[in-house]
Design a protein around this ligand. Structure first.
Ligand SMILES: [Zn+2]
Ligand SMILES: [Zn+2]
Length: 314
């Protein structure tokens, strides 16, 4: 399972309909947060993501992206959490989070390990890694790419049987990529019975950014790109000035990176209930699957091979 739950999709200030930025990423047994704006914990309750967060990945330290961590970690402590929490983010993660989490408050019941990271840093998790990549914003910033490990190719027992491979340990050896010598001296090579290794899924989250080469490189061929879309064409100049992206610019990035699906988020209050212009402007550059995120929206990311087998959605 790989599921994204959009906890907050508003830029800078919350509205009745949209909270500040937060994204829950559930991958099998692991749960991550990418950014944790004020009010994120309540959104997690509301949308049922669970609180078993293994790590928080910050894109940058503008207030709308991190203030929710203070209350959330307090709640976890009151609930008796003892498992350490890993927190990753660009400068000044250490200075800022240290002050915020540990000054003038009771000690948390668990360790919070703060890791300051820059572009290129990879964090190994269960059968996947989170990779920080360079983005362009008004303050030190990174985007996060969740990249799953390759999976073994599909094994065809009927082919192995037809070649005379006896059922048992030889099957395992072939699946591990080892050739097998049969009793009559013939050698069966793994590629005769196992398909090539299959790529895992990749989900790329930019955080706040101008459209940039770092994102295009990180999102190359990704399944899902979640991109800053603070403004529309009408505020293209403001997007440049404040170092955000317009819908059109985000769509161009998606096209250049060749992603499968584009999700636009971090909307200026002006588009709170009226985001159709953003869709129309993005559509001029991108004809693939496109969604403007709303709070509570979930997105299941299928495995590429499941996708290939599924009937076309049209
Ligand atoms: Zn922001
Ligand atoms: Zn920002």
């Amino acid at each position: 399972m790989l599921r994204l739950t959009f906890l907050g999709t508003s830029a800078a200030q919350p509205t009745i309909h949209r909270n500040l930025t937060g994204l829950a990423v559930r991958r099998d047994r692991e749960l991550f947060l990418v950014d944790c704006g004020e009010g994120t914990q309540r959104q997690m309750i509301r949308f049922g993501t669970g609180f078993d967060v293994g790590a928080i990945f910050f894109t940058h330290f503008h207030a709308d992206h991190y203030l929710g961590a203070i209350g959330f970690l307090r709640t976890l402590s009151m609930q008796g959490r003892t498992t350490p929490m890993d927190v990753y983010g660009p400068r000044p993660a250490k200075r800022l989070l240290d002050v915020m989490l540990f000054t003038g408050t009771e000690r948390l019941a668990f360790d919070v390990r703060i890791h300051e990271v820059g572009p290129g840093v990879e964090i190994r998790r269960d059968r996947c890694r989170m990779r920080a990549f360079a983005t362009e914003h008004r303050t030190p910033s990174v985007g996060w790419a969740l990249v799953e490990d390759e999976r073994p190719g599909r094994f065809h027992p009927e082919k192995a049987a037809a070649l005379g491979v006896p059922m048992g340990p030889s099957y395992g050896a072939l699946q591990r990529g080892e050739p097998v010598t049969l009793a009559d001296g013939r050698v069966v090579r793994p590629e005769e019975v196992v398909e090539p290794r299959r790529r895992g899924r990749a989900v790329v989250v930019t955080g706040d950014t101008r459209p940039c080469a770092g994102t295009i490189a990180a999102a190359r061929g990704a399944d899902v790109l979640v991109h800053d879309c603070t403004f529309g064409d009408a505020e293209a100049a403001r997007a440049e000035e404040t170092m955000h992206s317009t819908a059109r610019e985000a769509a161009r990035v998606a096209r250049e990176a060749g992603v499968r699906e584009l999700v636009l988020t971090h909307l200026s209050t002006r588009y709170d209930r009226e985001w159709q212009p953003l869709v129309d402007e993005a559509r001029a550059e991108w004809d693939g699957p496109l969604t403007v995120a709303s709070d509570g929206m979930t997105l299941e990311v299928p495995l590429p091979d499941d996708l290939a087998r599924a009937p076309s959605a049209g």
